[in-house]
Design a protein around this ligand. Structure first.
Ligand SMILES: *[C@@H]1O[C@H](CO)[C@@H](O)[C@H](O)[C@H]1NC(C)=O
Ligand SMILES: *[C@@H]1O[C@H](CO)[C@@H](O)[C@H](O)[C@H]1NC(C)=O
Ligand SMILES: *[C@@H]1O[C@H](CO)[C@@H](O)[C@H](O)[C@H]1NC(C)=O
Ligand SMILES: *[C@@H]1O[C@H](CO)[C@@H](O)[C@H](O)[C@H]1NC(C)=O
Ligand SMILES: *[C@@H]1O[C@H](CO)[C@@H](O)[C@H](O)[C@H]1NC(C)=O
Ligand SMILES: *[C@@H]1O[C@H](CO)[C@@H](O)[C@H](O)[C@H]1NC(C)=O
Ligand SMILES: *[C@@H]1O[C@H](CO)[C@@H](O)[C@H](O)[C@H]1NC(C)=O
Ligand SMILES: *[C@@H]1O[C@H](CO)[C@@H](O)[C@H](O)[C@H]1NC(C)=O
Ligand SMILES: *[C@@H]1O[C@H](CO)[C@@H](O)[C@H](O)[C@H]1NC(C)=O
Ligand SMILES: *[C@@H]1O[C@H](CO)[C@@H](O)[C@H](O)[C@H]1NC(C)=O
Length: 370
């Protein structure tokens, strides 16, 4: 009984102590069981606050710069416009907390975990977020230039319109997040994983996307420039109107993706797999698709004038009304291909495997068959 009373007394003592901290809180820094405290405008700068718990605090404008906040907890706390510059939040747990407009420049957020946090307008420049795990959080208008986000797992979160310049996103998993209108410039996205993510109108310049995976994503009207996409996988994704320019495109897989109206003229694909994709109205003039897998592809109204399809497997594909004028179709597999209404003017079919191929209403003027 006495022990219990003592415990209750100590519990309230701790709360009382926390509550009166207010503006001048540089002394007591461990309130592991307190909550509902008011800490706004406090100065924790360079303090050791490891294992502290900030639960349901009003914590606005607090200066945590350089503080040791490893293993701390922030739950249901208002940390609006706080200064976490160079603070160490390694292994912290953050939930239902607003860090709106807070400054995390050069802060360490390694192995942080949490969910439902508000990081709107937060500044993460040069911060380390390696292996951060966060769900359902809002990073709208946050700044990440030069930050390390390698191996993060930040899912179902909002990153709309972020400028990811010089950011390391190696192995990052951003599944189900909204990254529409984001800019990736000089970014490492090697082995990154996007499942069910929204990536409409994203722009990639000098990005390393080797081995990254986009599954069931929305990449409509995205633009890839000067990038390395060797071994990148776009499966079951919507790539309507996507364009590629001056990029490395070896072993790309587009299975089941929608590439309607994609802008691929003059692009050189090496060993690409487009099986089961929809390339209707795609622009592929003078593109090189040598040896590509194009099984069961829809190429209706696609423009393939001057394209090099030598050795490609087009079996089961539909090229209705496609323009293949001057295209190289040597040694292709045209088993069950439908060319109805296509323009095959000057196309070269030498060595092609033709079986059950539909050439109705085609223009085969000057086409070469042997
Ligand atoms: C704390 O300090 C700030 C300015 O430094 C002031 O605006 C605010 O009213 C103070 N709050 C309390 C509770 O003293
Ligand atoms: C905050 O505390 C640090 C270290 O204790 C001190 O150097 C600094 O001047 C304080 N800043 C303010 C604004 O009081
Ligand atoms: C936070 O404290 C550091 C010193 O510890 C000081 O340089 C800085 O100006 C303070 N920042 C704010 C926003 O009070
Ligand atoms: C993105 O950030 C980089 C680096 O800070 C900057 O040079 C560039 O102008 C920014 N781009 C846009 C569109 O804001
Ligand atoms: C993603 O953000 C855009 C605005 O940039 C918005 O229009 C769209 O509805 C959002 N999509 C999802 C799936 O949340
Ligand atoms: C491809 O996108 C077009 C236009 O948005 C749409 O009509 C069509 O159904 C899509 N096809 C697939 C396979 O997603
Ligand atoms: C392919 O995409 C076109 C739009 O560009 C759409 O009309 C058509 O229904 C799609 N075909 C399939 C099989 O999804
Ligand atoms: C798709 O392409 C691969 C070659 O990479 C092939 O082995 C496979 O059988 C193709 N067909 C289908 C229908 O997936
Ligand atoms: C394709 O190449 C031919 C011959 O080099 C050229 O005349 C034509 O303009 C090119 N088309 C495109 C869309 O680049
Ligand atoms: C097909 O492409 C050729 C070569 O670019 C062009 O001259 C012709 O007008 C195109 N035909 C159609 C129907 O688009």
């Amino acid at each position: 009984m006495k022990v219990k009373n003592l415990a209750i007394f100590l519990f309230f003592l701790v709360i009382a102590q926390a509550k009166k901290l207010g503006n001048d809180s540089t002394k007591t820094l461990r309130f592991t069981s307190s909550y509902n405290a008011y800490l706004s405008w406090s100065n924790f700068s360079n303090k050791y606050s490891r294992y502290s718990v900030f639960r349901n605090y009003e914590c606005r404008h607090v200066n945590f710069s350089g503080a040791n906040l490893q293993d701390t907890r922030f739950d249901e706390t208002d940390a609006y416009k706080c200064n976490f510059q160079e603070a160490d939040l390694t292994n912290a747990f953050l939930s239902y907390t607003t860090f709106e407009n807070s400054n995390f420049q050069k802060a360490i957020l390694k192995d942080v975990q949490g969910f439902f946090n508000n990081f709107v307008g937060a500044n993460f420049q040069q911060a380390t977020l390696k292996n951060m795990q966060n769900k359902k959080s809002d990073f709208f208008q946050a700044e990440f230039n030069d930050a390390d986000l390698s191996e993060v797992y930040i899912t179902e979160s909002n990153f709309q319109g972020i400028n990811f310049s010089n950011v390391n996103l190696f192995g990052a998993d951003l599944s189900e997040s909204n990254l529409s209108d984001c800019l990736f410039q000089v970014v490492n996205l090697q082995n990154a994983y996007f499942n069910l993510a929204t990536l409409t109108n994203t722009y990639y310049d000098e990005v390393n996307l080797q081995g990254s995976k986009f599954e069931s994503t929305d990449l409509r009207f995205s633009f890839f420039k000067n990038s390395n996409l060797d071994n990148t996988i776009f499966a079951e994704s919507n790539l309507l109107g996507v364009s590629f320019q001056d990029s490395k495109l070896t072993n790309l897989k587009f299975q089941g993706s929608n590439l309607s109206e994609a802008q691929l003229e003059n692009i050189v694909f090496i060993n690409a797999n487009f099986n089961e994709s929809n390339l209707s109205k795609a622009q592929l003039s003078n593109a090189s698709l040598q040896g590509a897998s194009l099984q069961n592809v829809i190429l209706e109204n696609a423009i393939l004038a001057g394209a090099n399809l030598e050795g490609a497997d087009l079996s089961g594909s539909q090229l209705i009304n496609a323009n293949l004028s001057g295209a190289n179709l040597q040694n292709t597999n045209l088993d069950n291909v439908i060319f109805t209404g296509a323009n095959l003017d000057g196309a070269d079919f030498r060595g092609a495997f033709i079986d059950n191929t539909n050439f109705e209403d085609v223009n085969i003027e000057k086409a070469i068959f042997q």
